[in-house]
Design a protein around this ligand. Structure first.
Ligand SMILES: Cc1ncc(COP(=O)(O)O)c(C=O)c1O
Length: 369
């Protein structure tokens, strides 16, 4: 029977959490900060949980340098919940600003660089209320014409003139495609091509708190699930600019789709994430993880560590590719620091690799699809 120390867990999310944090959280589950009550048995409106929420918020705000005109909200529903919430809130906002624009003329711009942004764009199509314009589809520029393996050249991007919002996914977990963080890189998000009055929305689910967010102030909304990098599943973190906190009921009177109350950004912000019971345990573990991160050098140190890890891994994979052992899936410049995707060359090689890895305690290496 293996112990935790025998295992290297590569799960892309839910992902490994530090043992010392889980041990501390286990104590808090029984007796939170000498209250004699476990964290998940306390009221979410208690003084203690209020302190935890404020501290969690400040750990995110300080480390990501989030300006004061952005709210940080904690909710449920995961990244998939946000695929819907983004559309409903941003179309309501657009309706209030442009009451005479028809649904035919109302456009949502989706940048499709992998399976998660594709899924988000499909949810936007399903919900309706506006048309989806795929700004660019990474598959068109891929080695095979079918896979997502690149951030496409900027001159191929076709933004709409005045969309309700522009949406992209910063790190495509399944495909291993990530935007570059180097300002001016051909694979960086082309903020210079966007209209500054159009809200930009980014899914940071699988890279949140792994390094600083480039040009955070150019975004209107950034969201992430906790389960990849900072805690257990069940918690979704939203960084929402003030102008997205609109009265969705007023928009519904003008013809927009009514928004379920727990998805309304204004409700989440106005209630301090307490409109309904927030995911208390994932928030607690995330607080412990982010506190430890801050005390051990913060995001700058983590960025350096992650850069070294990615360089070592991709250098090793490149060597193996030269020897004909593996095929690295993603094109240079677009390779994710978080999820490296590669194939083993040869009949049965992948199965053999996974079995060998498993025997050494390397678990959850197979892609999560
Ligand atoms: C980039 C990205 N976006 C969205 C999601 C969906 O998140 P959830 O399962 O929390 O709904 C995932 C999940 O793996 C993801 O990796």
């Amino acid at each position: 029977m293996p112990e935790r120390v025998d295992i290297v867990n590569f799960g892309a999310g839910p992902s490994a959490l530090p043992t010392s944090i889980l041990e501390e959280a286990a104590k808090g589950l029984l007796n939170y900060r000498n209250t004699g009550i476990g964290l998940t048995e306390l009221s979410h409106r208690s003084k203690e949980f209020g302190t935890l929420t404020k501290h969690l918020e400040s750990l995110i705000r300080e480390q990501l340098e989030v300006p004061s005109n952005y709210h940080i909200a904690f909710t449920q529903g995961g990244g998939s919940g946000q695929f819907s919430a983004v559309v409903l809130n941003l179309l309501a906002r657009h309706r209030l600003l442009n009451p005479n624009v028809t649904d035919e003329e109302r456009v949502m711009d989706y940048v499709v660089t992998g399976s998660w942004s594709k899924k988000a764009s499909e949810e936007a199509k399903r919900l309706g209320g506006g048309k989806v314009n795929v700004v660019v589809d990474g598959r068109t520029y891929s080695k095979t014409g079918k896979a997502f393996d690149n951030i496409p050249p900027h001159d191929k991007w076709a933004f709409s003139p005045k969309p309700a919002f522009v949406y992209y996914c910063e790190n495509e977990t399944v495909d291993g495609v990530q935007f570059s963080h180097e300002e001016g890189s051909a694979q960086a998000f082309p903020f210079h091509l966007t209209d500054p009055s159009v809200p930009i929305v980014a899914d940071y689910s699988s890279s949140f708190m792994s390094r600083p967010i480039p040009r955070l102030k150019d975004h209107a909304l950034i969201y992430a699930g906790a389960q990849k990098n900072i805690g257990p599943s069940g918690l979704t973190i939203l960084i929402i600019r003030d102008d997205l906190l609109v009265d969705t009921d007023a928009a519904a009177k003008l013809g927009a789709a009514p928004v379920p109350i727990t998805l309304v950004y204004k409700t989440l912000a106005d209630s301090g994430s307490l409109y309904n019971t927030p995911p208390m345990f994932p928030m607690y573990v995330s607080e412990l993880v982010l506190e430890r991160m801050k005390n051990s050098g913060g995001l700058q140190r983590l960025e350096e560590a992650n850069r070294r890890k990615a360089t070592l891994l991709y250098d090793t994979l490149d060597e193996a590719e030269k020897k004909g052992l593996v095929k690295v899936k993603v094109q240079p410049g677009s390779k994710s620091w978080m999820n490296a995707t590669f194939e083993l060359v040869g009949e049965g090689a992948e199965q053999k690799f996974l079995e060998g890895a498993e025997a050494k305690g390397f678990k959850q290496l197979k892609g999560h699809r």
